[in-house]
Design a binder for this molecule. Structure first.
Ligand code: ZN
Length: 345
């Protein structure tokens, strides 16, 4: 079977000087609120010491996208045997990723967005916020190979996932339920969406095989769990994980895998109707991201029903509340989105 991939063609199809939604941006310091997550000091982490970092910036739809790479990385082509991009290549990927995500949501409210790669010497961990991400060495010394947040993964594709969270998860937040659990049903949108779009954009921007590889990994996690004690719905997986701690164990991996696949299946359904998953992201951005309101699963159903004039509750209940088998045979298609800045390869 021939699969059509779509290639990101720089910025040729897009006028980067056009403002977005909102048309006037807000001072980025205002995004340093209690949604900041990570070990860094939020007040200083995005202040860049020009003596220690090389920086690159580009104005994209009214936002200055700033990439700061610690000088430790300059002149290196690999870390522990893994090839890494040059700071110039990396920053170009970040600009394209920002632009890609911007088009998914149709805007970004702050006047600056920062991606920072911290040095080896600095304490481990990464930080995530509405106004940028700062990557560290690893998240946890006990699991040094823990993807996604080691340097290699950060430089090689996972930054796309985390940058997506600056919108979905930070700007756009769900209403926490009463359970006290680490995850809740709405996680399928936040983590599944960030993974699905992260894989898509990494594939468009870095290497087209990434999408198929990362989506296949998720399919394999899902298949491995079939007919085992972990063959559970998204909702049941959430409850099984309970209050955590964030284990990065099989259960969490499976929750992310199932959630990502549900995003794909939903995208496929929407594509059949002449839409795509961006319609959900855009409505979440406008109705909740820009208004500071919090959303619930019920809002997702309402948005989908309103936008398509179909009833999506049965579809979502089937794949989120029961362990119904996913109708995926071997490969995931790469679904074309209307707002995607790309042409057919
Ligand atoms: Zn995530």
């Amino acid at each position: 079977m021939l699969i059509n991939y779509f290639q990101f063609t720089g910025y040729a199809c897009d006028d980067l000087s056009l403002p977005g939604n909102p048309s006037t941006t807000i001072d980025w310091h205002e995004g340093l609120d209690d949604s900041f997550q990570g070990p860094d000091n939020p007040n200083t982490v995005f202040e860049i010491d020009e003596n220690a970092y090389v920086t690159f910036s580009k104005i994209i739809h009214g936002t200055k996208v700033l990439v700061a790479v610690h000088k430790d990385f300059v002149g290196k082509s690999e870390i522990k045997g893994f090839k890494i991009p040059t700071p110039e290549e990396f920053s170009e990927r970040i600009f394209k990723t920002f632009n890609h995500h911007w088009h998914v949501f149709g805007g970004y409210p702050y006047d600056r967005y920062t991606v920072k790669i911290k040095p080896f010497s600095e304490s481990s961990g990464f930080s995530l916020s509405k106004i940028g991400v700062a990557f560290g060495k690893t998240t946890d010394e006990n699991t040094p190979n823990f993807p996604p947040h080691g340097y290699v993964e950060a430089l090689e594709g996972f930054v796309q996932h985390e940058m997506f969270h600056s919108w979905l998860g930070k700007l756009i937040q769900y209403e926490p339920n009463e359970s006290g659990n680490l995850f809740q049903l709405e996680t399928w949108v936040v983590e599944g969406g960030a993974s699905y779009y992260g894989d898509r954009s990494a594939s468009l921007i870095i290497r087209k095989s990434i999408y198929r590889k990362l989506m296949r990994q998720k399919l394999n996690s899902y298949k491995k769990a079939l007919n085992t004690s972990l063959d559970l719905s998204v909702q049941a997986l959430v409850e099984k994980i309970g209050p955590g701690p964030p284990a990065n164990d099989n259960t969490q991996t499976l929750l992310y895998a199932r959630s990502t696949i549900v995003n794909y299946l939903l995208d496929e359904e929407l594509t059949k109707l002449g839409f795509d998953l961006d319609i959900l992201m855009k409505r979440l951005y406008e109705d909740f991201g820009l208004t500071n309101k919090k959303w619930t699963q019920n809002d997702i159903v309402q948005i989908l029903n309103n936008e398509t004039n179909k009833d999506f509750s049965k579809f979502l209940n089937k794949y989120l509340l029961t362990n119904s088998k996913f109708p995926i045979k071997r490969n995931f298609k790469f679904l074309k989105h209307a707002a995607q800045c790309s042409t057919i390869d």
